[in-house]
Design a protein around this ligand. Structure first.
Ligand code: HMN
Length: 292
């Protein structure tokens, strides 16, 4: 599964003021990530893609537009999971037919499921389509924690090839890496890329790679060459940027920075607020200080 390794942008989408998809802007975001951020792949339909705010038709249109623009230039992973497993299966078929290289499914959330129910959800999706599946674990947003033993049980399901691991729990990551040396682990927190690589992840998926993909690549490459001091220096610089972005509001700020880079990133879909005038001004200051 070498094509799933490396650095993938958690893709933003461009939204019009009325909440509809800005297709041309979304195409620009795709091109920008491929041509200028030079990432290995795009993770489409994740948290950063405002996926959990979209209806099924809009999710499908995003998947279509991205595939149409990206072609086979980079690896495409379609995040199809959510609260409705039947929709997840429908979307899994949809992106597989479009030619996505893999699918990913967030752990089912909202109701408190036991592990049998979580496993059932993954089995239903994995058995429905002929494609590789990455579990998407993001306990901060879903409240769903998965133990090493339970990860191992999920990895036994045919078609499940790994996990997108978005957590700051490095003990769990280390235990998981040791227990499952052959599964793909892609880390999710951009500000912890270096320690994740030191712990043996195969790659990473991140929101800030939309604007900081080149520096992230430096961290990734230096760390894999065991040049830890140099990698840490770039991680320090990167985290000054990420801290400033987080302080100003993560997704709206990335969109405003994209605009300063000439990309029509549009608005956020309500109820997620778009950047206010003061956030826009601060995004410009962040861009000037760290990215121009
Ligand atoms: C996605 O599904 O959009 C991403 O893969 C999620 C990704 O892990 C991001 N997590 C969240 O936004 C919650 C990170 O890139 C994160 O935004 C970044 O590390 C800043 O904290």
């Amino acid at each position: 599964h070498d094509d799933l390794k490396g650095l993938h942008t958690a893709l933003m989408i461009s939204v019009n003021k009325d909440g509809s998809l800005n297709e041309e802007g979304t195409r620009q975001i795709v091109r920008h990530n491929i041509d200028r951020m030079k990432v290995d792949g795009l993770y489409v339909g994740g948290s950063t893609g405002e996926n959990f705010l979209l209806d099924t038709d809009m999710k499908k249109r995003v998947f279509e537009v991205v595939k149409d623009e990206a072609g086979s230039e980079v690896t495409l992973i379609g995040q199809i999971g959510g609260t409705n497993v039947y929709e997840a299966i429908d979307l899994a078929h949809f992106v597989t037919d479009l030619g996505y290289d893999a699918i990913s499914a967030v752990t089912p959330f909202y109701y408190k499921y036991n592990f049998e129910e979580i496993r059932d959800y993954y089995k239903m999706i994995a058995q429905a389509v002929d494609n590789r599946l990455l579990i998407y674990s993001i306990p901060d947003l879903t409240g769903v924690e998965i133990s090493v033993e339970n990860f191992k049980a999920l990895f036994e399901i045919d078609n499940i090839v790994g996990v997108k691991f978005t957590a700051a729990d490095f003990f769990l990551l280390e235990r998981l890496r040791k227990a499952c040396p052959d599964e793909l682990i892609l880390s999710g927190f951009d500000e912890m890329l270096l320690p994740a690589v030191v712990n043996g992840v195969d790659g990473a998926i991140g929101s800030t790679y939309n604007v900081n993909g080149v520096k992230a690549r430096e961290i990734f490459d230096l760390a894999r060459q065991n040049k830890i001091d140099q990698a840490l220096e770039v991680q320090h610089q990167t985290n000054d940027l990420i801290e400033a972005i987080l302080d100003n509001g993560l997704y709206p700020t990335i969109k405003e920075i994209l605009k300063l880079m000439g990309v029509d990133a549009g608005y956020n879909r309500r109820p997620m607020a778009s950047a206010s005038d003061s956030q826009i001004a601060q995004a410009k200051a962040i861009y000037d200080q760290y990215l121009s």
